[in-house]
Write a protein that binds this ligand. Structure first.
Ligand code: FCB
Length: 467
């Protein structure tokens, strides 16, 4: 990290193609505060955070970044960055408290106000319809294991688009279905907390069906742009040994390709290596919906994954899985212990363009960023005292990863936007308040916001990228 840019030593000017869109991303449950004000229903994350032992610091999202009340402050922060876009998510249980039935007016009205506030500040709203906060009543009926949940999501999408569609030009259907399947249903480390291992696969298909149905619901209502956001990682085999190469391919299939292939090519990859003839849950007509052309493809990238054949006696071997993620050696890491290897970001983007060719629509980086332990310091400035956070390591991460995106563009990948995760510190799911990703520090007791050095750095980066 020695050559990382700092506020005193700004990053080299790096211009991006004209029209490239800069923004920041957040998610409802992570920032709004789980207030039931306005008739919000309960979500699977309310139940998860209430269950002792599941969130690492025992916290919940009651206050989070307090954005339900402070959304105007957030919009002002975005305006201060001169951002083009704001990717936020809409809370399904605010709009449809039990996941079915008519819309809850107060819930829709909140997003109405947010959208108007953004537009007045010259920022385009890019809502994600589903970022993990499934209404608990739907979970009680089987959650994503139940095919019906896909139809419920499409109905909810219709209610939202009917209300906001006159002002929203770009929609994201789902956030990271892979994480819901793998962490929520296979391992149980995130809500709803089921540990079904391969039994989780129907949740992948039902989420993708929900995506396809939501795309249709949006298209029926106008000519807005639609995409999905998937989390992708570059699989790096631990060694060149055939068993490790095979393991990396198998994990790539489960983590990346099951979620990308049907959306981009209209077909699932061959799952016979897992003893499956077809994707569980697949019915006639589903793939036509799932594979409908998109206006953009959202990629979230944080780090690569090193993969080996499962060690004897490991939980992966015990579960009959042919792979096991292992740690990289001698690599700098983020606060989350995620390896910092920006060159793999370029490689991943180039591999998408190569593997999917013309079927890959323009790419938008819908999340990228890093958590580090931050410290607020008070400094004397112009006779007063100013609070700030010197987060050089975050700046270094961002600088290198934005440069990695630029390199991918040079290598021919059509990347049209970059949304940084995240605007403010927030509730990081099962990690509670222990991982801060924000450009802006949040005091989780008061909601007070303090821009970090990375905030000014990103503002300058956006400015200089426009040439
Ligand atoms: C992604 C999630 C996002 C946030 C970041 C750190 O997987 O989409 O909500 O938690 O990771």
């Amino acid at each position: 990290m020695a050559d990382a840019a700092t506020p005193d030593r700004p990053a080299e000017a790096l211009t991006f193609p004209q029209g490239f869109r800069w923004g920041a991303a957040t998610a409802a449950f992570q920032i709004e505060g789980s207030t039931r004000e306005g008739g919000r229903g309960e979500s699977i994350w309310d139940v998860f955070t209430r269950t002792p032992g599941l969130v690492i610091d025992g916290s919940n999202a009651e206050l989070a970044a307090d954005s339900y009340r402070r959304y105007r402050d957030d919009v002002a922060l975005l305006a201060g960055l001169d951002a083009d876009d704001y990717r936020f998510s809409i809370s399904w249980p605010r709009v449809q408290p039990g996941g079915t039935g008519p819309a809850n007016e107060a819930g829709l009205a909140y997003y109405d106000r947010l959208v108007d506030e953004l537009l007045a500040a010259g920022i385009a709203p890019v809502p994600t319809l589903y970022h993990w906060d499934l209404p608990q009543e739907l979970e009680a009926a089987g959650g994503w294991l139940n095919r019906d949940t896909a139809y419920r999501l499409a109905e909810y999408a219709g209610l939202v688009v009917d209300r906001l569609g006159d002002r929203v030009q770009r929609w994201i259907t789902l956030n990271e279905p892979a994480m819901t399947t793998l962490q929520g249903y296979a391992l149980g480390s995130q809500a709803p907390g089921h540990a079904l291992m391969m039994g989780s696969l129907p949740t992948a298909h039902h989420q993708l069906l929900a995506h396809g149905l939501a795309v249709a619901a949006i298209r029926e209502r106008g000519d807005a742009e639609v995409g999905i956001t998937n989390n992708h990682t570059l699989m790096v085999p631990a060694t060149d040994a055939p068993a490790d190469l095979f393991a990396a391919g198998a994990f790539d299939l489960i983590y990346n390709r099951i979620f990308a292939d049907p959306v981009l090519t209209g077909a699932y990859p061959d799952l016979s290596g897992f003893g499956l003839e077809a994707m569980p849950g697949l019915e006639d007509g589903d793939l036509e919906l799932i594979g409908a052309p998109l206006d953009f493809y959202g990629i979230n990238f944080y780090n690569p994954t090193r993969v080996a054949a499962p060690a004897e006696g490991s939980e992966f071997a015990a579960a009959g899985l042919p792979f096991e993620p292992v740690e990289f050696e001698d690599v700098a890491t983020t606060g989350f212990d995620w390896p910092i290897m920006p060159e793999t970001f370029t490689e991943l983007l180039v591999s998408f363009a190569r593997d999917y060719g013309e079927r890959l629509p323009p790419v938008v980086i819908t999340e990228n960023g890093a958590s580090f332990p931050d410290e607020v310091v008070e400094e004397a400035v112009d006779g007063g005292v100013q609070r700030t956070v010197h987060d050089e390591r975050r700046i270094g991460y961002l600088d290198e990863h934005i440069a990695a995106v630029r390199r991918a563009i040079d290598e021919g990948v059509d990347v049209q936007g970059y949304y940084l995760w995240s605007l403010t510190d927030n509730f990081e799911w099962a990690e509670g308040y222990t991982q801060r990703f924000g450009l802006v520090h949040v005091d989780f007791e008061t909601g007070e916001r303090t821009p970090k050095d990375s905030y000014a750095w990103y503002r300058d980066r956006i400015g200089s990228s426009r040439g």
